[in-house]
Write a protein that binds this ligand. Structure first.
Ligand code: BG6
Length: 475
């Protein structure tokens, strides 16, 4: 269990009336409170444009927690009542300096004997990306000095392509040093994703196998049974390549293939991930990309007529490094399929005399369950029998025992721990490959193929395997 925080802090939650706050951040705070991981004194302030009283905001907070946890046996009204006491509200615009000045004055009153300049102050941007810049600027303009312990959390999407992300980071770095900025991809808060690194860091046998020259291919699958539902406003102009591939899946790939640094600090991990992300390449050929859209998508309220937004993608990419020469990487992700699962399959190379035998595989299931398998071939006489050896037992991570991603990451920010956050460079590098896929899509006029809701794999998605004997590996 993570250690608790002793020092008081302020958490300003910009966009406190939005879905991200209600669905992820309020529950994260409740979980931290329930496990007694928060200090005695802390101040959580919802900052949003809508006029409302503190009592009204507290009620919203309360209802969203009851909705999420009310039926769980471990739910505690005592924890919730005490957490509510720490909740405050301020109504202000995101781009008006006077509102930020007033906010400062109200914060000073709130924190009483504490000095605002030395207190840890986390500003969580739970707002649409369009207001990332104004909030950054107003926060910076109204702080006492750049040395103030102000830590800002921004959650993906970071821009819409490389140039827009670069512009955003330019603005941010004019006002904040990179160590004050926490760029959050919630996949990095998943214990299963974190264990890729710990597994690799602690097992040299495994690590010596995870080298390009030993590997025939890598497959990453991240599919969901849910559709877009009420997120059309965001999704229809974004699509799944930017929504899932750009950050979540390129991060998983980087963790699987990067060199393991000796030091276990955020900067060293980010450096190694960057080395992979910046070497990712998409070869512009039609057989390397497949895009799909589930049948009922076009009927959703708000979807533009004739929308070609992809809700499914499969793509073949490579790592442009000598050590990964000739190793294809197949990635697929989609909505409204028949299951929710995320896993990675590493297929090891075979010798010529093993040509007709099954490959050895390492399979990392990341969700819904966390499991690691080594599939090895064991021969009995003239029979080839396929034995599955689970190198590690499934790791139990039930909601009752494991912290949700946002709670894990909030705790990291409180501890000033950067291991599970992204760097500007990583994000820009991931945009470069994403943009190159988009460019090719336009140029080659790649069509979005309709697929049935609830299918296991859209027809045509295996176009990537045209020149190999491979197929998608199903767990
Ligand atoms: C989000 C995407 O970042 O991740 C969603 O915007 C997606 O479209 C979600 O559904 C998947 O996250 P998880 O944790 O459910 O796998």
């Amino acid at each position: 269990m993570s250690s608790s925080i002793k020092k008081p802090f302020i958490l300003t939650l910009f966009g406190a009336s939005g879905d991200l706050a209600k669905l992820k951040i309020f529950p994260a705070l409740y979980e931290l409170a329930q496990r007694k991981l928060l200090p005695e004194e802390y101040f959580i302030v919802g900052y949003a444009r809508s006029e409302k009283t503190r009592a009204e905001f507290q009620k919203e907070f309360l209802y969203s927690i009851i909705e999420a946890y009310g039926k769980r046996p471990s739910f505690s009204t005592k924890v919730l009542d005490s957490l509510i006491e720490h909740i405050h509200y301020f109504s202000g615009q995101y781009d008006v300096k006077e509102d930020f000045q007033k906010y400062r004055i109200s914060l000073k009153k709130l924190i009483g004997r504490h000095d605002i300049a030395s207190l840890c102050h986390i500003a969580y941007f739970s707002v649409p990306p369009s207001v990332f810049e104004p909030i950054t600027i107003k926060l910076a303009e109204t702080r006492t000095s750049p040395q103030e312990d102000l830590r800002i959390i921004l959650e993906k999407p970071f821009g819409n392509d490389e140039p827009s992300a670069a512009r955003l980071f330019n603005v941010i770095s004019r006002y904040f040093s990179e160590d004050q900025v926490y760029l959050l991809d919630h996949y990095l808060g998943k214990t299963s994703v974190q264990s890729i690194l710990s597994l690799r860091h602690s097992n040299s046998i495994l690590n010596s196998l995870l080298k390009g020259k030993e590997i025939a291919s890598i497959q990453i699958t991240a599919v969901e049974d849910i559709g877009i539902e009420n997120r059309v406003g965001y999704f229809d102009s974004v699509g799944i390549i930017k929504d899932m591939f750009q950050s979540h899946l390129t991060q998983i790939l980087a963790m699987m293939t990067m060199s393991i640094p000796i030091s276990e600090d955020g900067e060293s991990f980010q450096r190694e991930k960057y080395a992979i992300l910046s070497a990712l390449k998409f070869s512009p050929k039609k057989e390397n990309l497949f895009l799909g859209q589930y049948k009922s998508y076009k009927n959703l309220d708000g979807v533009k007529k004739g929308s070609t937004t992809e809700t499914y993608m499969s793509v073949k990419i490579k790592i442009d490094r000598e050590s990964w020469y000739g190793v294809p990487i197949f990635v697929r992700t989609g909505k409204k399929l028949d299951r929710k699962t995320t896993y990675v399959v590493v297929e090891f190379k075979k010798m010529q005399f093993q040509k007709n035998l099954e490959s050895n595989r390492l399979i990392l299931e990341l969700q819904p369950e966390e499991k690691i398998h080594f599939k090895l071939l064991n021969k009995h006489g003239h029979l080839s029998e396929y034995h599955e050896i689970d190198a590690i037992e499934s790791i139990e991570c039930a909601p009752e025992t494991c912290l949700p991603e946002h709670a894990v990451l909030l705790l990291d920010v409180l501890k000033k721990e950067k291991l599970h956050f992204l760097s500007f460079g990583e994000i820009l590098a991931a945009w470069r490959i994403t943009d190159s896929i988009f460019e090719f899509r336009e140029k080659a006029n790649i069509q979005t193929v309709e697929y049935e809701d609830g299918t296991s794999c859209p027809q045509g998605s295996d176009v990537l395997f045209q020149k190999t004997e491979e197929k998608w590996y199903e767990v």
